[in-house]
Design a protein. Structure first.
Length: 254
């Protein structure tokens, strides 16, 4: 009799638990979240005369086509940025060196538009080559990859020498192109070990080319990635001796 009583009690307990899980026993209000409330951000609007959208209301505008006040040379001492500005764009002055933002960043959403020269000069890595370096260290490749064979992890949209793009979404030489980037910075412990790698998602001309990709370390031209502990860092643009242009650059810190 005792055994039967225990079995019956177990069945009743299970039935009670099951009843509690049934949707009919819950109210719509039980799963409503009212606090916190998302802050309001005004989205950008289609920009007159330029592709893409104007910056959202909470963005930091890094280049609006007028000057390089937000940028400096990446050379020691950080002299003024030596690239040229005209027709709403900044253009690499070949052999003048890389430039970088005065501000430093951690996690962010980045919008940047770029254009390789309309006149094709060279091939492979010699066509419209530049790069966008997350935190000044990790390169997202810029290249004229339109009908231009080169190594896959060096194409436009690649994490240079690491991860090839999911697809080649490049348009023709002389056309403006867009990168929309979501980037999260790496974490390091007190011994300098990377405990969480940097991650990057890249949408190239509206097409996903990097999907929450883990960056393995530095992106050197020669050799394998290395781990270099660091804090916040700038957005750096590369002078690769090609007259590649950039415009409409803004960033949202996350």
């Amino acid at each position: 009799m005792k055994k039967i009583t225990l079995i019956v009690a177990g069945i009743l307990a299970s039935a009670a638990s099951y009843a509690q899980l049934q949707p009919s026993k819950q109210t719509p209000e039980s799963s409503e979240l009212w606090n916190p409330v998302p802050r309001v951000v005004t989205p950008g609007k289609p920009a007159s005369g330029v592709s893409g959208f104007t910056a959202p209301s909470d963005a930091i505008v890094l280049f609006d086509g007028r000057n390089l006040d937000s940028w400096v040379s990446a050379k020691a001492g950080n002299p003024a940025a030596p690239w040229t500005v005209g027709d709403g764009a900044m253009t690499v002055a070949p052999k003048s060196g890389d430039i970088q933002t005065k501000q430093t960043f951690g996690d962010y959403q980045l919008h940047i538009e770029w254009r390789t020269p309309a006149k094709v000069d060279g091939n492979g890595q010699g066509r419209g080559n530049s790069g966008i370096f997350m935190q000044g260290i990790y390169e997202l490749q810029v290249l004229d990859s339109y009908n231009n064979p080169t190594y896959s992890n060096g194409q436009a949209g690649s994490i240079y020498k690491q991860t090839m793009p999911l697809v080649n979404a490049t348009v023709g030489p002389g056309e403006w192109q867009t990168y929309d980037v979501v980037y999260t910075a790496p974490h390091f412990n007190k011994d300098g070990q990377m405990t969480i790698p940097p991650y990057i998602t890249v949408i190239h001309n509206g097409v996903l080319v990097q999907n929450h990709t883990a960056i393995q370390g530095t992106t050197p031209y020669v050799g394998q990635p290395t781990i270099e502990p660091h804090g916040r860092g700038p957005i750096k643009l590369q002078d690769h001796n090609n007259t590649t242009s950039f415009r409409n650059i803004w960033i949202r810190e996350l």
